[in-house]
Write a protein that binds this ligand. Structure first.
Ligand code: PEP
Ligand code: NA
Ligand code: MN
Length: 605
């Protein structure tokens, strides 16, 4: 054994030879000053917070307002995921597909090895064992991440299950995802000054799906640096799920209980900024109904012994967009933020609490913005960065479901797809079957404009909300969905397409959204039981006007008619756009989806 390997092994908390070899390889490449094997303890978390405060990366917030919480302001050039520098390095280009940046794995490794060489000089390399999902759950998966970012480690503590229990669960298995992360700011001599938010203008987030590896360089920020989340739980896991016959999806999971105490579990995929976190935590407005949260972003599903799909939330926290979150929009999220949180790139009030746009009815008279500049409500810029985030323990959510950590998962009754569409797409549609549901998911789109009804508006197709997160060819991903459909048969969840964002020709939202979405969830619940009324339309089943519970709801009859209307001309105008979207997948577009499209065409004419 080399001297170097011995040093690594001495601090190691595992004897797994693959882990030791991985850590040794990382150490030889990164050349850190020290290696720290993380144990996931509360003490370790507190030590990391203190370290960040001592280094100027973070500051303590007012303990009377946000107990044990810190504010972190990043480098202004490191505030979001970098999709254009995110790569899927599969051996064959066609396995990455047209919706991902592809690079040859050997070439990419040769290129980035130069960046990684010595990147941790003067720093500590943390070794972070984590489980996505309850440790030891048959649906969960393990990762080992090395990083030089205390911020990343502290966030991983909140977002995943970190600790020695993971080594125990892993044993000598080779089945773990290897994650290498560096902020790319070495301190090669004692004279080199550190900065509060080290990062590098060169960023590179590379995934090697065949070898289950993630190499992330140059960014300390969220989705780029917390490797358990998008990189592992979606990009790598989607490939693993295809290989092993399960599903890794960009979905919230919620539990809905009716007044009789009967329960349904629902999973829902919406693109970013379409209200996933809000729906996951909604307080129903209909008397006697209760909603509880299982997860707000990621859903892993496997077939149970009874042939149903069982889901876990692989995460243990919420990494949510702060701006727009308020007691009015999401009271349960606000309560989850009372203590033990990390706030990134939000504003700071005079009494050392946090502030972001639309957080409170009254704006503070003075604040410090996310770039550490004085701010007042008259300023022509926001106090918080639009992508400012909170990291909050899921256990602090007042409506977290008691079974959210059940290792066997929860059986999913319904899957919802949705986007932001001012026109064409009705409030809710039920697919005839899994195949048509897969079709609806594959044509999911979202539009940003406030423009009035226009089918050709500014639409981005985001199939199953997986566009930035699918680790392989999207055409093969659709085929995988259809394969799950064949395997699961009539035990599969029903699939629905929802749209909370339909507008009147004058550009006004027709549906109040937020907590009132519980009325749509109620209809979905009752469709799963076969009790609620629906009418057949060319695109699927929509509620009859009476079937939707509108008691006490301030929506007039004409708005309701418009919300439930299937706009035949609008859908006809949509067909060429769907064909154009499908053309990008070439031969990989499954026959089953071609059939769905031509059947829709026939039904519309
Ligand atoms: C992120 O940007 O770090 C992230 C988690 O993305 P999203 O909000 O799209 O889930
Ligand atoms: Na944790
Ligand atoms: Mn997300």
């Amino acid at each position: 054994m080399s001297v170097q390997a011995k040093i690594v092994a001495e601090g190691a908390k595992t004897t797994n030879p693959k882990v030791l070899a991985f850590v040794e390889e990382a150490k030889a490449l990164f050349k850190p000053d020290a290696v720290r094997w993380c144990d996931g303890s509360k003490e370790e978390y507190q030590e990391l917070l203190k370290l960040m405060v001592d280094c100027g990366t973070a500051m303590w917030l007012n303990p009377d307002k946000r107990g044990n919480s810190i504010l972190v302001r990043s480098d202004p050039a490191d505030v979001a995921r970098v999709e254009d520098q995110t790569y899927i390095c599969s051996v064959k280009k066609e396995d990455a597909g047209p919706t991902n940046n592809w690079a040859d794995p050997a070439e990419m490794k040769a290129t980035i090895t130069k960046l990684y060489d010595g990147a941790m000089q003067g720093r500590t390399m943390y070794v972070v064992p984590y489980s996505m999902g309850p440790v030891g759950s048959p649906i969960a998966g393990i990762g080992v991440m090395v990083t030089d970012s205390a911020y990343a480690v502290a966030n991983m503590h909140i977002m995943t299950r970190v600790g020695d229990k993971v080594w125990k669960a892993l044993g000598d298995s080779e089945d773990f995802v290897r994650g290498m992360h560096s902020v790319g700011y070495p301190l090669p001599t004692p004279k080199t000054a550190d900065v509060p938010w080290p990062c590098n203008s060169t960023k590179n987030i590379s995934h090697f799906p065949e070898t289950r590896e993630i190499w992330s360089f140059g960014s300390g920020y969220g989705g780029n640096a917390l490797l358990g989340k998008k990189c592992h739980a979606l990009r790598i896991a989607s490939v693993k799920a295809r290989d092993e016959g399960w599903m890794a999806e960009h979905m919230l999971i919620l539990k809905l209980t009716n007044p009789k105490g009967e329960v349904k579990y629902m999973a829902a995929a919406f693109p970013s900024a379409c209200g996933k976190t809000n729906l996951a935590m909604l307080n129903p407005t209909i008397p006697g109904w209760k909603a509880e949260t299982i997860g707000d972003d990621i859903c892993w599903m496997k077939f149970g012994e009874d042939g149903r799909l069982y889901a876990i939330n692989p995460e243990t926290g919420f990494f949510g967009v702060a701006p727009g979150t308020s007691e009015a929009s999401n009271l349960n999220a606000m309560r989850a933020l009372d203590e033990n949180c990390i706030f990134t790139n939000v504003g700071l009030t005079e009494d050392e609490d946090v502030y972001w746009e639309d957080m409170t009815k009254h704006k503070p008279a003075h604040a410090i913005d996310w770039m550490r500049r004085p701010w007042t409500p008259e300023a022509d810029r926001p106090a918080a960065h639009p992508n400012a985030r909170f990291t909050a323990p899921a256990s602090q959510c007042p409506v977290i479901a008691p079974e959210w950590e059940d290792p066997k998962g929860v059986p999913i009754d319904a899957i919802l797809f949705g986007g932001r569409r001012a026109s064409v797409v009705p409030l809710v549609t039920e697919a005839e079957d899994w195949k048509q549901g897969t079709f609806l998911g594959s044509i999911m789109a979202s539009e940003k404009t406030a423009a009035a009804a226009d089918a050709k508006g500014d639409i981005r197709r985001d199939p199953m909300a997986m566009l930035p997160f699918c680790g392989y060819h999207m055409g093969d991903y659709f085929a995988h969905w259809l394969k799950i459909g064949e395997k699961g048969g009539d035990k599969l969840p029903k699939i629905f397409y929802v749209n909370w964002f339909r507008k009147s020709p004058e550009g006004k939202f027709l549906w109040p959204g937020f907590a009132e979405n519980s009325r749509v969830l109620k209809w979905i619940f009752e469709r799963c039981d076969g009790t609620a009324e629906a009418i057949d339309t060319p695109i699927g089943k929509v509620p009859t006007e009476d079937a939707l519970d509108t008691d006490g709801l301030d929506v007039d009859d004409s708005a309701l008619k418009e919300l439930l209307k299937v706009d035949i001309d609008g859908w006809k105008a949509e067909l060429p756009l769907i064909r154009e979207h499908y053309a990008t997948f070439g031969d990989k577009l499954p026959q089953g989806l071609r059939e769905e499209l031509s059947q829709l065409e026939k039904r519309l004419s």
